[in-house]
Design a protein around this ligand. Sequence first.
Ligand SMILES: [Fe+2]
Ligand SMILES: [Fe+2]
Length: 474
Amino acid sequence: MINYTEKIPNNVDLGRDRVLQRALEHWQPAYMGWWYDMGPNESHNYEVYLRTAISVEPDGWAQFGYVKMPDYRWGIFLQPRDEKREVNFGIHKGQSAWQEVPGEYRSTLRRVIVTQGDTEPASVEQQRMLGTSCPSMYDLRNIFQVNVEEGRHLWAMVYLLHRYFGRDGREEAESLLARRSGDADNPRILGAFNEATPDWLAFYMFTFFTDRDGKFQLCALAESGFDPLARTCRFMLTEEAHHMFVGETGVSRIIQRTCEVMKENKVEDPSDVRALGVIDLPTIQRYLNFHYSVTLDLYGSDVSSNAANYYTSGLKGRFRETKLNDDHVLTDAEYPVFEVVGGKIITKNVPALTALNERLRDDYIDEIADGVARWQRVIDSAGIPFRLTLPHKGFHREIGNFAGHLISPDGEVLSEEAWKNHEFEWLPNSKDYAYVQSLMSGRVVEPGKFANWIAPPARGINNQPLNFEYVRFN
Ligand SMILES: [Fe+2]
Ligand SMILES: [Fe+2]
């Protein structure tokens, strides 16, 4: 169970380490200052029907009840320790998992933790204005749930920095509250976390695509030989699942509503669809193309010596590392990556160790493809002849072997002119954004009511009815 009697709820026996406790209690007001500034706009007095972790065991870790978000019990929750756990890959394979940071990996590990930690507050900042245009109380509650949990993920990384990285760690923890998404002078570390999330379609796309990058990064870190990091990430993953659920069902409900309206009114032309106040399918495809491609960049370069080092040192594993059937050292293995040579995309085998970013990206793409197939089924069952597709992996990329090349969604290498002619058929254009924005000019908050452009969900949260009062405005 988690100790909620302490100022900082935790299951790491924080009270026994006075120095650490004081350091974190010092960081806490700074965190609250950040939440008041950058957390959901105008929400501080709302009472929100939230789940809070009460235990880290897989069953029954969540308790539901009304909470004012500034009173949410952010804290430090690690999966219980397995005394027999080992380093499961790389050159230290077979050693006992590390309970302290190995000196030679200190700065690398700190960098990995800071990079992960930075994404958590970033997404809260990106989403902070969306409450003012929510399509329902149910959705408003969901975005708040995602936001408080991203806040907790920041706590999770800050705990590791404070506990294991001394003064450097404390400074990094402060910087995590100082950077701002999209800020020209002090931006967040990774590109996708500096993009705007201007509307709810973007929010659902973000939670489907970009929170899923979070899942895959956490899965790779959950394999880490540094045991406290692994245990922290394991618990974060239970929260991440809900974020991706919000994204997948959100997009699915938008598609469903669009298809209903298209069928009822027997229209197919996007401008006719828009005239009926729902989001046309080509616009949804363009949003998909954008969020997918910027998220693919988050995995880093296709060929990366850093990725090889992280793996060889036992710091960051592969997706489901311990379930894979190989030597977990990868000295002789190869892996295919794409390259653009002479106007053509070719495949080239490289040492598997150097291609670990690409491999994680491919694992991610498999899961994404399944989700997109589920969206397609909504369109198909409405009998509408429209295909949602994932663009080519090289489309609209800025990092890795495709950077600097212009690739069409079909995987054709284009001239700059050809790209310019089609760019905004493939990516959301200013009219798309303006149209979607026009649908979301105000919020829908009457219990049980949903905006015209989205279908209600199949069921409520925690078995509550759809017309449940998920948020009480004070
Ligand atoms: Fe997160
Ligand atoms: Fe998340």
